[in-house]
Design a protein around this ligand. Structure first.
Ligand SMILES: *Cc1c(COP(=O)(O)O)cnc(C)c1O
Length: 432
């Protein structure tokens, strides 16, 4: 196991999550099962909220990037804690609004928002629409004209930073489907265009350099590039943009060997850079937004499975198959993501076997982890995969018509269902 204050091993040798015995949870709610520790989520949010008091004199707001895990209860928690919210689709927006999340604290993202989504966002009164391509500018302007409103907009800028992370999850470099590039002048052209429109209020510049980033340096560099950009826009257009969104992407622990930067160090280093640039250029310190997703829910989540077939191929490998797979966790199949795996009912025993954990989907690539250290597995054991709070449920599918698992929220020994397990009737609900 790795160091995570929501996990423990009890006197039965069972894994516990948020004070609940993982084996009991599996018996009571069935498997596969997503388990989330509410305390861990609250701690992460409060740490971000507090750091804005400390490093920005409260002139800033963390926005939970809801794509990491979006459901009504998560939106309620974010609302209660005073977080902002990032959404990237009409469905995420609908989920947030369905629990009365304040629209003005929602930012609407996406590199290809549909006209329907833009209309929905504008009519709902979202705080900002983050413009990510030229064609949506006209759509927003025309809809505002029709609705007789103005829209607060942000521009997604590509700062040209190559963060050291997997190719599929880095977004700040020039060759990206996201954002307007500074180097080739696109970013300046789009500012000029937005300023010419009468219904668009240019409030913010935004950047997001990637995900699962461990180094502080790319974040600091991005903040500096963005402050330079604010200065350059002021010089060219006489307009001072007073809000700066520095995105998300803070890495979390998947393996015992992962060593993510303490986010306090990140907050301090970036705040120092922003303040230094503001002083150097005689600019106001912008109101700062950040958009953590993974680092809020990732380590709060564990997935529980029941071990089914075990297939040993001597000299090659041993497959341990579980009752879920890429339908509830596609991240290994998608980008070879690392995970820590253990047998929840043998959590006190040494992880002295090396196995490949396979799912039940009809794909050879349906693997949860390869060549991973684990306690000796037997049919009926409860297998736990750690750090599955982010980009697991939110990326889940019904491949092979497998119902999505339930999500159980645990808090100090208490458990409650926050998303029900799908039934076979749910699977055919939209079939005609
Ligand atoms: C994905 C994304 C985030 C969240 O990234 P994490 O790595 O989960 O923190 C924030 N902002 C934008 C624009 C994103 O696309």
């Amino acid at each position: 196991m790795y160091n995570n204050d929501s996990l423990n091993v009890n006197s039965k040798g069972h894994l516990t999550i948020g004070g609940c015995d993982a084996v009991d949870l599996a018996m009571q709610y069935g498997t596969p099962l997503y388990v989330l520790d509410e305390k861990k989520i609250e701690q992460a949010c409060n740490a971000y909220l507090d750091s804005f008091k400390k490093y920005y004199n409260s002139k800033g707001l963390p926005m939970y990037a809801s794509k990491a895990l979006c459901c009504k209860e998560l939106c309620r928690i974010m609302k209660r804690l005073g977080m902002g919210l990032d959404v990237v689709s009409g469905g995420e927006l609908y989920t947030a609004l369905s629990v009365g999340f304040p629209a003005e604290k929602i930012h609407f993202h996406g590199n290809n928002k549909t006209p329907d989504e833009i209309e929905y966002a504008l009519k709902s009164g979202v705080g900002k629409i983050v413009i990510d391509n030229l064609s949506e500018i006209d759509i927003i302007e025309n809809m505002c004209e029709e609705l007789g409103i103005n829209a607060n907009v942000s521009l997604r800028i590509t700062p040209g930073i190559d963060a050291h992370t997997h190719d599929f999850i880095k977004t700040g470099q020039i060759d990206s489907k996201f954002g307007f590039i500074i180097e080739n002048g696109d970013a300046f052209d789009v500012v000029q265009k937005v300023l010419e429109y009468s219904h668009l209020r240019l409030k913010e510049f935004h950047c997001h350099i990637g995900s699962q980033i461990f180094d502080i340096e790319p974040f600091v560099h991005a903040a500096e590039v963005m402050m330079d950009f604010i200065k350059e826009i002021k010089n060219r257009f006489g307009v001072t943009v007073e809000e700066l969104n520095l995105g998300g992407g803070f890495g979390i622990r998947y393996l015992a060997t992962d060593n993510p930067t303490d986010f306090e160090n990140y907050m301090k280093a970036v705040s120092d850079a922003v303040h230094a640039k503001a002083a150097e250029y005689g600019l106001p310190v912008p109101f700062i937004f950040i958009e953590p997703g993974r680092s809020i829910v990732g380590e709060a989540g564990v997935t529980l499975y029941t071990v089914g077939g075990i297939k040993n191929i001597p000299g090659i490998r041993k497959y341990v198959s579980v009752d879920g797979g890429m339908s509830d966790n596609i991240r290994y199949a998608l980008y070879g993501a690392d995970y820590t795996v253990l047998i929840a009912n043998k959590a006190d025993l040494p992880a002295d076997d090396i196995v490949t954990v396979a799912g039940k989907c009809c794909e050879s690539g349906d693997l949860i982890q390869e060549h991973t250290h684990i306690q000796s597995a037997q049919v009926g054991d409860i297998l736990a995969v750690l750090s599955t709070g982010a980009y697991n449920y939110s990326m889940a599918s019904n491949y092979n018509r497998i119902p999505r698992p339930a999500i159980v929220m645990v808090n100090d020994g208490e458990a409650r269902v926050i998303v029900k397990r799908e039934s076979y009737d749910d699977i055919i609900a939209n079939d005609v």
